[in-house]
Design a protein around this ligand. Sequence first.
Ligand code: AN0
Ligand code: CP
Length: 314
Amino acid sequence: MKNYTRVADITNLNELVQSAIELKKEPYALQALGKNKTLVMLFFNPSLRTRLSTEKAALHLGMHVITMNISSDGWILEFEDGSIMENTAAEHVKEAAQVVSQYADVIAVRAFAQLKNQQDDYEEKVIKAFIKYASVPILSLESATGHPLQALADAITIKEHLSSPKPKVVLTWAPHPKALPQAVANSFVEMMQKMDVELVITHPKGYELSPDIVKESRVEYDQDKAFEQADFVYAKNWSAFESYGKVLSVDRNWTVTAAKMEKTNSAKFMHCLPVRRNVVVEDAVLDSDYSVVIDQANNRTYAAQVVLSKILGA
Ligand code: AN0
Ligand code: CP
């Protein structure tokens, strides 16, 4: 594996998930693989899980890790080609990516969507610039339009909690006071399309994800109907794609409640975290036995570890 910046970079998902489950049993099995190799992680945005789980994954593989909050501690970067840099940006990504490559064997980047201009975000300028100008592999820690490590952790979690050969997996939009990216939802949809599941996406009208992501997947505007017989319910807020970056609704009728979960086939509840309690999902659901959100967070380590191991040539 050269880079891992999109779900589409996975060639054999079953094998990858199986290897992650093996690594979970024996986390130090590939300890020699990363000896004398350095992972540099650059964060343009906050993180709890991604930062700690990816560092832990690298340590399991024997790597060194250098982490930088680049937006607060680094020079402001320019991404436009040919720009006259007389404003705030002090350094171009052309130099920055090449420079970081001198210190790193793998560069991991977190750069969220700006949510101002659909085309700018969906062109993936930041992650693509790192791929273009760095001389080492690039790992996405959530880019403008995708969160592929989260989606891989979600695939591992679903595999571990499978109760039927072809489960019904529901991705439900849920309310949130702030405009959030579509990245987690996009990568989850792409991941489910690679798996043997019955995927149903449910959201209020106006929250349609990109047609390039949804493709032939079923969209059901009635959340109650979507939940019927579900084996997994994955909640996530995202801002509108069409009216780009807008919060069109904060309708609490879409909050995931214990009463709604009763309509399912004893579904497991999933969320990538961080989650706003009693806005996205009720306490009663998050605190229940059927919530697997902590398993998902734990699996972030093994998702990152299996991907790093493939990048290192395992
Ligand atoms: C981010 C998002 O929705 O993309 C990160 C999720 C992993 N969430 C928030 O900013 C709350
Ligand atoms: N799920 C996830 O990516 O969490 P963080 O934003 O805390 O890294």
